[in-house]
Design a protein around this ligand. Structure first.
Ligand code: DGL
Length: 275
């Protein structure tokens, strides 16, 4: 793998999500690969993905990714969204000629880690319903009971948090109460955060959940995979400083409000696709 697509001295990584959730994955990538420039792309014009129909989502992701790669050539693409990955990966891989890493629910590590053999799955309603997710459970968690909850509210709350807005008191508590009221939930010892927005709320979620519950997500595994795929890339020149960029499909006041949060991820520039 060389960084020939971008002619950049260091391979450029395109990280894609419907909104800010992929930043939880971008952060893990930055920790492992601090010298690689990131293009962080948010399809805010079509956000949220978790409530969209399958055919419209496949068509939308296809169109947006094609546009992004035209405007911002990248050496590797990370679909940092469970909702999109569990649906669109085969299609994207058949079409695009670059390595693609997707994020899927961390069912396998959760099942291996669980002692009680009751694991939780917190995701978007779409990810909870996906055949891909059911297949993961059948393949890796046959010995576990899976307590699943789909929540779009939690996605919105993560967006609010990164815009620096107030989160309504007990907004997160209502969702955790709903989860803990499900059959056998008190026996859960591992909870899979299967939406990339949710690790952005990990501290808030942990505060509301029983202390014995371990929260896991796929971010670190994705970063390891990206590092592996870029292992043969050329070394950056001495004192190379990567320039990161955030791209939104639509210019909105909300996107501009994200500037301080993006700065915390080392992203100082925003661009808009207008699609
Ligand atoms: N962050 C996305 C995921 O991992 C989806 C959020 C949404 O747009 O509903 O599933």
């Amino acid at each position: 793998m060389t960084n020939s697509a971008t002619a950049s001295p260091v391979p450029r990584i395109l990280v894609f999500d419907s909104g800010v959730g992929g930043l939880s994955v971008a952060q893990e990538i930055q920790q492992r690969l601090p010298l690689n420039p990131l293009v962080y792309a948010s399809d805010n014009a079509f956000f949220p993905y978790g409530t969209k129909g399958e055919a419209e989502l496949i068509a939308r992701v296809d169109m947006v990714i094609s546009e992004l790669l035209k405007r911002y050539p990248a050496d590797i693409l990370v679909i940092a969204c469970n909702t999109a990955s569990t649906l669109t990966l085969p299609h994207l891989r058949s079409k695009l000629n670059l390595p693609i890493v997707g994020v899927v629910p961390a069912i396998k590590p959760a099942a291996l880690m669980s002692k009680t053999k009751v694991i939780g799955l917190l995701a978007t309603p779409a990810t909870v319903a996906r055949p891909y997710t059911h297949e993961l459970i059948r393949e890796y968690a046959t010995d576990c009971q899976v307590v699943s909850l789909g929540s779009s509210e939690l996605v919105q709350i993560a967006e609010q948090k990164l815009r620096g807005e107030m989160i309504a008191p007990n907004a997160i508590g209502k969702i955790t109460q709903e989860l803990m009221a499900m059959d056998n939930a008190e026996k859960m010892d591992v909870l899979v955060l299967a939406c990339t927005h949710f690790p952005l709320l990990k501290d808030e979620l942990a505060q509301q959940l029983p202390t014995h519950l371990t929260l896991i997500d796929s971010g670190a595994a994705i970063a390891r995979r990206v590092e592996f795929l870029l292992a043969d890339a050329v070394e950056p020149p001495a004192e190379y400083i990567p320039e990161h960029l955030a791209v939104f499909t639509k210019a909105t006041a909300e996107a501009q409000q994200l500037a301080p949060a993006l700065t915390r991820f080392g992203i100082h520039r925003q661009d808009y696709l207008g699609i």
